[in-house]
Design a binder for this molecule. Sequence first.
Ligand code: URP
Ligand code: ZN
Ligand code: ZN
Length: 464
Amino acid sequence: MSSTLIRGGLIVTALGRYEADVLAVDGKIVQIGAGLDVAADHVFDARGQYVIPGGVDPHAHMKITFKGVPSADDFTAATIAAAHGGTTTVFDFAFQEFGQPLPDAMAEWHAALAAAPPVTDVGAHLVIRDLTDPARVDELREIPAQGVTSFKLFMAYRNQFMVGDPAMWNTMKVAAETGAIVLVHAENGDAIDALISEALAGGNTAPPFHGTTRPIETEAEAVTRAVMFAELTGAKTYIVHTTCGPAIAPIVAAKMRGLPVYGETCPQYLLHDDSLLQGGDEGLKGIFSPPPRPAPAQDELWHALAGVGLDTIGTDHCAFPYTMRLERLEEDFSKVPNGVPGIEERLELIFDRGVRAGRLTLEQWVDLCCTTPARLMGLGGRKGVIEVGADADLVIWDPERTRTLSVATQKSNCDYNLYEGWQVTGTPSAVIAGGVPLVVDGALVDQPARGFLARGPAVEAAGV
Ligand code: URP
Ligand code: ZN
Ligand code: ZN
């Protein structure tokens, strides 16, 4: 039996804030109240600090190889990085090969997780690449009972991950039957491929052409199509890494029609613009998809987070080494594996640039980064909340401590940091996962082998 007591902090949840002590025993929150008179194995004095639920990152890539390049982070490295930033639950993607039976895809993912044990809980989304064989459709019906209640579809990256309409339709039908949620990478892959061919034929090989060949229209069209499929099939649908107002508009319209359609964005879209693709070779840091947009899109995203349209902030962490990406750029921008690291910095960036900048409330920060991702991924009441009976994943947040983000201090194995040299104020002073201290004052104090997090179906909030 192990116990942890956090005294005197300001508890911040999606619903409000109040001062209280929190007691965790054997991994669960067992008591919340003022002046708890109990002994515990670990006691933290949180006066002057916030106590928030552990972060939930609904979108990260730990086991991924893209364009032949493997990620620099495995489950161990990526979750250690996540934990340092206050994230205690992370979702990865299990990829089906073309034609591969789905149980085999899941078995391979579980083997990879076991080979590099994570220090946080890890949930899985199953990426569907081919679902036209009726045998595969039957297999998909069995997947939610295995604790994987979310499927992922890519509408771009032909010959890599992209699915056609029949597979999209079949996946959404099974999701509607089983209560699973469908995550969608919404970009029109064929239009983008045509634009890339035109750019390359004209000798345009540099990073800015990654942006111009993936224009806003290709994202907005795909979001619209995904939403229409969601409406026709009845599938709960979650659009990942949304970048701008025109891509959010169909989500808002769907919400107004009462559909269970949700939107995610990521720090790289809120905090960087398309100038990231400039600067010669350095511009490859902006090669992620969809690409960073012109600066006005940032305001559109912040407003949709504070108002209506966007529900969560994920990272889309994808740690492809700069050095390997640079080699690929020698050929042209389209050969560079897309992606950006960022699993560690999410809570700090959104606190500093969102809450401290007056764009979000403390409660919205917790909701977007912890509570709603948990709820939509089938972990409502268990993760992302501070309630008796919930998992004791808790972060003591020092709102005044400042640190500088850098590749030199980050925990990811990646060889660059997208926010190099940026100062952020507000950082975790202690991270407790499963009721046990995991990171204290920036040091990993335990290395538990946590693992696969099985989930039920998402519980929808009334009216969304
Ligand atoms: O460029 C990106 N986003 N890479 C990761 C894979 C994906 O599209 O989510
Ligand atoms: Zn994507
Ligand atoms: Zn992704």
